[in-house]
Design a protein around this ligand. Structure first.
Ligand code: GDP
Ligand code: GDP
Length: 437
């Protein structure tokens, strides 16, 4: 599964700066969507051409519970204890402090593989900073400047080289005839009720995918002639009463499920609307570029008035994913599940559609002629041609000149134009803009 890297260090050494440098997608259009709540502790690093990994910023981990208010931060500390790799961040300008010493002692107890990352080495003698921390006896040491992105590429290579073998995850993705679906959402929205119902109905043809561990259970099933693989967030399926009581919402497991599926079904509780936790879960699906269906569960228990309220709230709060289909379901009574799977199917078909280069260029021409970009400070962008560069999500490269002057709103216009023209539903679309030919 998606490996986990934890950032550990005392306050102010630059953990969150490094966290942003690692996890912020370069695609600002994806990242800066209004309405998405970002969790500042968890993210996924997707270096080009390298293995992806989850990153958790543990906050100030020293001084017992200081700076660790809230369940999220406590969970972050627990996550560090299970991390595949810990990056111990220190401040190269200030040198070693007693707080750093305390963290080192804690790290030795956890015995996780650790790299020492000496931050803020911009404009100072990096070697002197490295020498200052030599007494920590950590073999893997790297000097970086997170704020200036110096040394980050080397850091990425070092991190990826230290991650454990890929293991069973390749097997999860092995069967192209199956649509990989993950049901995600915060606790109590009805995920396990839904999965149990699906498997109850389909008991005869459901089977566990061999080789997957207890943590990454995947279950194969068939419905209306289509094969599916349910990428299970741990604990969704066989949840005993005891587990239910102690189970905490695991963001890492959610990130892993998103990473391995093709279609994310985000479940919401119709009675509770869209909480911050819901929208940050949606943000993760968005960052991953996943096809998406929003399932509004517990539709059975709602009065007409409540249903209207839920609908209008949804329109408002989920405008940033207006391309995702919304389905009203009752996991408890099994209603709406036919619609749900049709929507999953449509989203998958759109996400994996193959479009030819000539069609893509034609679409760009028509979009451009119908509505050319406006003049910006005497300059106007020229869009020349485009080609497809991948699926899941559908990705297009647009070539032209003065593309820097293209506004976000014009990019959204292009997106919507392509969406309509190629009848894409339930999937994000990505554009890359390349100057020249
Ligand atoms: P955190 O408390 O460990 O998460 O630290 P922050 O990321 O909030 O950073 C603390 C301060 O250090 C901020 O003012 C940052 O701008 C600054 N900072 C972070 N990284 C660097 C760096 O690489 N070089 C310099 N000069 N300053 C940095
Ligand atoms: P999970 O934590 O997301 O896996 O949620 P559960 O499946 O454990 O469901 C939490 C609670 O919501 C349980 O008491 C379920 O019986 C109830 N529940 C789940 N789905 C529905 C539904 O469609 N309608 C109603 N009324 N209750 C539901």
């Amino acid at each position: 599964m998606l490996p986990l890297v934890a950032l550990v260090g005392r306050p102010n050494v630059g953990k969150s700066t490094l966290f942003n440098a690692l996890t912020r997608s370069r695609d600002a259009l994806v990242h800066d969507q209004p309405g998405v709540t970002r969790d500042r502790h968890y993210g996924v690093c997707r270096p080009e051409g390298m293995r992806h990994f989850a990153v958790v910023d543990t906050g100030g981990i020293a001084g017992e519970d200081e700076g660790l208010a809230g369940a999220t931060a406590r969970q972050a500390r627990a996550a560090a204890e299970e991390a595949d790799l810990v990056l111990f961040i220190v401040d190269g300008r200030e040198g070693a402090s007693t707080m750093d010493d305390d963290i080192l002692a804690w790290l030795r107890k956890t015995a996780r593989p650790t790299m020492l990352v000496i931050n803020k080495t911009d404009g100072i003698d990096a070697q002197a900073a490295i020498n200052d921390f030599a007494r920590y006896g950590i073999k893997d040491v790297l000097a970086v400047s997170s704020a200036h992105r110096q040394g980050i590429d080397t850091l990425l290579e070092d991190v990826v080289a230290r991650l454990p073998e890929e293991g069973s995850s390749a097997q999860l993705d092995s069967d192209p005839s199956r649509i990989r679906v993950a049901f995600i959402g915060r606790p109590n929205v009805g995920k396990s009720t839904l999965v149990n119902r699906l498997l109850g109905e389909e008991r005869m043809i459901a089977s566990e995918v061999p080789g997957t561990t207890r943590d990454s259970v995947a279950i194969d099933m068939e419905r209306d002639g289509q094969l599916y693989r349910l990428i299970d967030t741990a604990g969704v399926r066989r949840k005993s009463k005891v587990e239910e009581a102690v189970e905490k919402f695991s963001i890492i497991k959610t990130l892993q499920a998103i990473e391995h599926c093709q279609v994310v079904v985000v479940m919401l509780d119709a009675g509770e609307g869209v909480t911050d936790q819901d929208s940050s879960v949606l943000g993760y699906a968005l960052d991953a570029g996943r096809a998406l269906v929003v399932a509004l569960n517990k539709w059975d228990g709602q009065t007409d008035y409540q249903r209207q309220q839920a609908e209008s709230l949804l329109e408002r709060k989920l405008s940033f994913v207006d391309w995702a289909e919304r389905v009203r379901i009752s996991a408890k009574f099994g209603s709406g599940l036919g619609e749900l799977f049709k929507a999953v199917h449509r989203a998958h078909a759109s996400a994996t559609i193959e479009i030819g280069t000539s069609e893509v260029t034609k679409a760009l021409e028509i979009a451009y002629e119908t509505n050319p970009p406006p003049v910006v400070r005497g300059h106007v962008a020229k869009l020349r041609f485009a080609h497809p560069s991948g699926t899941n999500p559908p990705t297009f490269v647009v070539h032209g000149n003065r593309l820097r002057t293209l506004s976000e709103s014009y990019k959204r216009y292009l997106e919507n134009f392509f969406r309509k023209r190629f009848k894409l539903v339930g999937t994000p679309i990505r554009f890359f803009f390349k100057e020249g030919v």
